[in-house]
Design a protein around this ligand. Structure first.
Ligand code: HAM
Length: 429
């Protein structure tokens, strides 16, 4: 073998891909119900979009971007997330001149150079939404409710919404100073990364994964004590609406999120084993991002979930997704003489809308019946020398073994009738 796949990327094999289709269809349907339309953004963008948009002090920009220079000497970056790209597209295509807020969703691969482990990859897939152009708390509550409903609707257990307000630049200024005052005596005990965060972005120290830093921030002042009146009222109203909608949440004062654009509402969702810390979904408000990248001063809010983490959680919780049927009819041609009729029949059945499989290797009847069983064919059409001579086929219903010989010309309509009858029986049961 010449080479294997790079570290941190995955092949999604045919045996797994149906689960992706299932979840993607579910998400697209839910997005429609919440009034979101799909926006397809490029996989790579100019590097400065992420530097300005996500922020220079975030781990993503500092350590995790796949950045390269193209043949035209431009610095480009594989998108590490979708929000910056959606914001750029919103501004560049003047979507702000349409109805506001604009509500968009996206699904696709993202790239981060991180240490791979279960649920953390270098190429991973996100489903995300962004609502741009509305500052009302009802928009925040709708985003949280949508995110919650994704996991709740899939039947996951232990779905927890961790909610916080990270304030605005006004309240953050006072909070930042208070937090630095609190942490200063322990500055040299913080991990190396947090020591560099102390001046640049001290709030990130609050959600450092190092156990020691975690202990040191216990008792630190919380942003909620420093929220300005507007941010406090906004947060109170978001919570009130969530309660009215019946969306459970827990305020987590240490939740600050890893990307620099957040303002006010920030949230994450976990649905792992009890106490599990890894978020399947994260999001929040970004009221200055659109202006920051050169657009009008319009606020935004959104979230993204990791598709791999969602599928992993479904698997861990033993959720049964409905696997679609892969085959309606198996056409079993026996011997070289059946080759042409088998091909013809398969083609006509496929054109009539049915999922059809067959053997290509001249296997015997027993082996072909086994193959039909493996793909869970509901009907097998058998064509042997006798049938060719009579221009007929044997139609066998797999569930009860019932067999009828029919003329080749009637085969397609007969099979369709039989399949509808099988479906009705199944629905009644
Ligand atoms: P994020 O928290 O960086 O937020 O990522 C959202 C989700 O993507 C995470 O909760 C996780 O499930 C998944 N994810 C992130 N990194 C990886 C990885 N290396 N491997 C597997 N899954 C991963 C954002 O990306 C924001 N753009 C969300 C947002 C939208 N905020 C506002 N609008």
């Amino acid at each position: 073998m010449l080479t294997t796949k790079p570290r941190g990327v995955n092949d999604i094999l045919p045996d797994e891909v149906w689960k992706w289709h299932y979840v993607e269809n579910y998400l697209r349907d839910l997005a429609g119900r919440f009034g979101f339309q799909e926006l397809r953004i490029p996989i790579f963008e100019h590097t400065e979009l992420f530097q300005r948009g996500i922020g220079d002090t975030s781990d993503v920009v500092e350590k995790e971007m796949y950045t390269f220079t193209d043949r035209g000497d431009r610095s480009l970056t594989l998108r590490p997330e979708g929000t910056a790209g959606v914001a750029r597209s919103f501004v560049e295509n003047k979507l702000y001149s349409g109805t506001l807020p604009g509500k968009y969703y996206y699904v696709g691969p993202m790239f981060r150079y991180d240490r791979p482990q279960a649920g953390r990859y270098r190429q991973f897939n996100q489903f995300g939404i962004e609502t741009i152009g509305g500052h009302e708390p009802a928009i925040d509550s709708e985003a949280v409710a949508f995110a919650y409903e994704i996991f709740h609707g899939l039947g996951l257990e232990n779905v927890l919404v961790h909610l916080n307000s990270v304030g605005c630049p006004v309240c953050r200024k006072a909070y930042r100073a208070a937090l630095q005052d609190h942490l200063r005596p322990a500055l040299h005990d913080l991990c190396e990364t947090c020591q560099t965060r102390f001046d640049r972005n001290p709030m990130r120290i609050l959600d450092c994964k190092s156990k020691h830093c975690h202990e040191l921030v216990q008792g630190a002042p919380s942003i909620t004590q420093y929220l300005c009146e507007d941010c406090q009222n906004h947060f109170d109203q978001v919570k009130k609406i969530l309660e009215a909608m019946g969306i459970p949440y827990a305020v987590d004062q240490n939740l600050v999120r890893g990307l620099d654009y957040y303002t006010r509402t920030a949230f994450e969702i976990t649905a792992g084993k009890e106490g599990s810390q890894s978020a399947i979904c994260g999001g929040g408000r970004y009221d200055n991002l659109i202006e920051e990248i050169g657009g009008p001063a319009l606020p935004g809010i959104g979230f993204a979930l990791g598709m791999e983490r969602l599928l992993l959680t479904l698997e861990q919780q033993g959720s049964q997704l409905q696997k679609p049927d892969s085959c309606d009819v198996f056409v079993a041609g026996l011997g070289g003489n059946a080759e042409i009729l088998t091909s013809q029949l398969c083609h006509s059945l496929r054109l009539s809308g049915l999922r059809v499989q067959r053997d290509y290797q001249g296997k015997g009847l027993k082996a072909q019946m086994k193959a039909a069983d493996r793909v869970a064919a509901k009907i097998v059409l058998i064509i042997g020398d006798d049938e060719i001579a009579r221009q007929a086929v044997i139609c066998r219903q797999m569930a009860n073994g019932e067999q009828t010989t029919i003329s080749v010309n009637d085969a397609v309509s007969y099979v369709q009738q039989k399949l509808s009858a099988i479906k009705v029986e199944g629905d009644i049961k």
